[in-house]
Design a protein around this ligand. Structure first.
Ligand code: OOG
Ligand code: MG
Length: 264
């Protein structure tokens, strides 16, 4: 990497691809990015959203499940930012024009009730609520293909998310091995278990703390933590209604508008 100037140019390209929903070649085809460069680039790209008035609503982990890591050929846990502008109301509608080649995946979300001290070895006491979630990922790279550094630079493909009703963690009980179902238009397309997420989704809290400390993120009161997909991701077509269910935790749904609905 040839210095900050080039990172700035790359940030413009990636932000343009995200904002304009236009695919772009992988950064790694033209630049040798280190993982540290890739996170520096991700922070620059997210800062451009914030300059347009968006705000950070939380963090997400990626590749916490083997199914996902194998699907994408990448096997290190990664961290990215989610923003208020990416949030879709439970049961709401999202526009296909916002995405290049979106995919959807069922997740578990945690809500932080207090700031997390990144040196605190047990951050689990910061969790005040848990919910089923859907994440819409949309790699800005052609054909959804990337290296680890590419996907980190592209804010871990973050594009949209939906959170179901928040539940009291004590009332929900141990989430270590709950059935996860992903349905599209009423047809079951993926099944899995919350155990796919790092062996137990609660481990995502500590993983997020460690990743945040390493890569320059903050974990603040009010932030959402997306723990990572419990199954492989599934292509999301215009007009589709998606629903995820996590046994004993609840359901969460979203609809993609049909192409005609979004045409002006
Ligand atoms: C990267 C994002 C992975 C997850 O839950 O594993 C992710 C990608 O697959 O494009 O969000
Ligand atoms: Mg995800």
């Amino acid at each position: 990497m040839s210095g900050d100037m080039r990172l700035g140019e790359l940030a413009d390209i990636l932000d343009g691809a995200q904002h304009g929903a236009q695919a772009t070649p992988q950064v790694s085809t033209s630049e040798a990015l280190s993982l540290a460069d890739a996170y520096a680039l991700q922070h620059l790209v997210v800062a451009k959203r914030l300059e347009r008035g968006d705000r950070i609503s939380g963090v997400k982990l990626g590749f916490t499940s083997r199914a996902k890591a194998q699907q994408m050929g990448v096997d290190d846990v990664i961290i990215g930012s989610i923003t208020e502008g990416m949030r879709i109301d439970e049961g709401g509608v999202t526009e296909p024009a916002l995405y290049i080649h979106p995919r959807v995946e069922p997740e578990v979300a945690y809500l932080l009730g207090s700031d997390v001290d990144l040196d605190d070895a047990d951050a689990s006491h910061a969790i005040v609520a848990v919910a089923p979630a859907l994440e819409i990922i949309d790699s800005r790279y052609r054909d959804f293909k990337f290296s680890l550094e590419d996907v980190v630079a592209d804010n871990t493909s973050a594009a949209g998310y939906v959170i179901g009703a928040w539940q009291d963690p004590a009332a929900v009980g141990d989430l270590g091995n709950r059935g996860v179902r992903l349905e599209i238009d009423g047809a079951l397309v993926e099944t899995g278990s919350t155990a796919a997420i790092l062996g137990h989704p609660a481990r995502a809290v500590d993983a997020a703390r460690r990743m945040a400390a390493l890569h320059g993120f903050e974990l603040r009161a009010g932030m959402v933590l997306l723990a990572g997909a419990a199954t492989a991701a599934v292509p999301l077509a215009p007009g589709a209604t998606v629903e995820a269910t996590v046994t004993g935790l609840g359901r969460v749904a979203v609809r993609v508008a049909a192409k005609e609905e979004s045409d002006d």
